[in-house]
Design a protein around this ligand. Structure first.
Ligand code: COA
Length: 259
């Protein structure tokens, strides 16, 4: 499928790279780009991809939702636009495979929210993050209030959201918004080295781990422990568990079959 605003690259070994590419507006997300993104995400499950890397073209990761489009919206339009973005980002979060955000530059508003819907976030030292919506008379609308609170804690989320303050990659690292900061030229290489490490893991175990981590996000401790018991047990019904443990005991490399 050809996209106008997305570049998709498949390395043929299981790593897909998605580049949001609308540099004239710093990759700002309008409805058309969101629809392309949704179409792409819907196609990922049917592919043989095992890791997805998302990045942005040029000096931005994504500089937010498209302000030109939002400027003309009324309340009903705002609801539809917010639901569209939130739905697409939730689909990214729920993909069976790990998603790595390689944040190359501005990740503001919807860009920060896009990164937060990914499982792993790494940033170039040039990247910056923020939820500047209050400066435009709105609040985060693609689930940023929810995810930023979960990731960085509510006090920090409130500070960033109420002030609209932009933070640099190092501060994003300090608050746990990203797990690594790299030199700008090393960003993609670092993303791919994480992806490569994931490729050596048992695919079903990675996918069960993701489901378990996603599902226990909103549970109390009893529920989360019980849920982990369930997913842990399910691993023992897979061939990959038999293969992984036999290979260890035989002192050889495992050959996982994703079943
Ligand atoms: N929506 C629509 N257009 C956007 C945009 C957005 N979120 N962010 C940037 N653009 C456009 C600019 O209007 C400009 O267009 P122009 O060349 O036709 O004037 C172009 O992208 C380049 O942006 P510019 O502001 O000139 O770049 P800069 O390097 O000086 O500043 C930012 C970069 C990211 C700091 C600045 O563009 C900005 O503050 N963007 C809005 C961020 C935001 O509020 N996001 C949340 C939206 S909910």
């Amino acid at each position: 499928m050809e996209y106008r605003f997305l570049k998709v690259q498949n390395d043929g070994r299981g790593i897909l790279t998605l580049t949001v590419s609308s540099p004239a507006t710093l990759n700002a997300l309008n409805s058309e780009i969101l629809s392309e993104l949704e179409d792409f995400v819907d196609s990922v499950s049917a592919s043989s991809a095992r890791v997805l890397v998302i990045t942005g073209e040029g000096k931005a990761f994504v500089a937010g939702a498209d302000i030109s489009e939002m400027a003309g919206l009324d309340e009903k339009g705002g609801l539809a636009f917010g639901k569209h973005g939130a739905r697409v980002f939730r689909k990214i979060e729920l993909l069976d495979i790990p998603v790595i955000a390689a944040v190359n530059g501005f990740a503001l508003g919807g860009g920060c929210e896009l990164a937060m819907s990914c499982d792993i976030r790494i940033a170039s030292a040039k990247a910056s993050f923020g939820q500047p919506e209050v400066n435009l008379g709105i609040i985060p609308g693609f689930s940023g209030t929810y995810r930023l609170s979960k990731i960085a804690g509510q006090a920090y989320a409130k500070e960033l959201i109420f002030t609209g303050r932009r933070i640099k990659a190092e501060e994003a690292f300090r608050i746990g918004l990203v797990s690594r900061v790299t030199e700008p030229e090393a960003l993609m290489e670092t993303a791919y080295s994480i992806a490569e490490e994931i490729l050596t893991s048992a695919p079903l175990a990675v996918s069960y781990a993701k489901k378990c981590l996603n599902e226990n996000y909103d549970l109390d401790s009893e529920g989360a422990i019980e849920l982990e018991n369930k997913w842990f047990a399910k691993c023992f019904a897979t061939g990959d568990q038999k293969e992984g443990m036999s290979a260890f005991l035989d002192k050889r490399a495992p050959e996982f079959k994703n079943r």
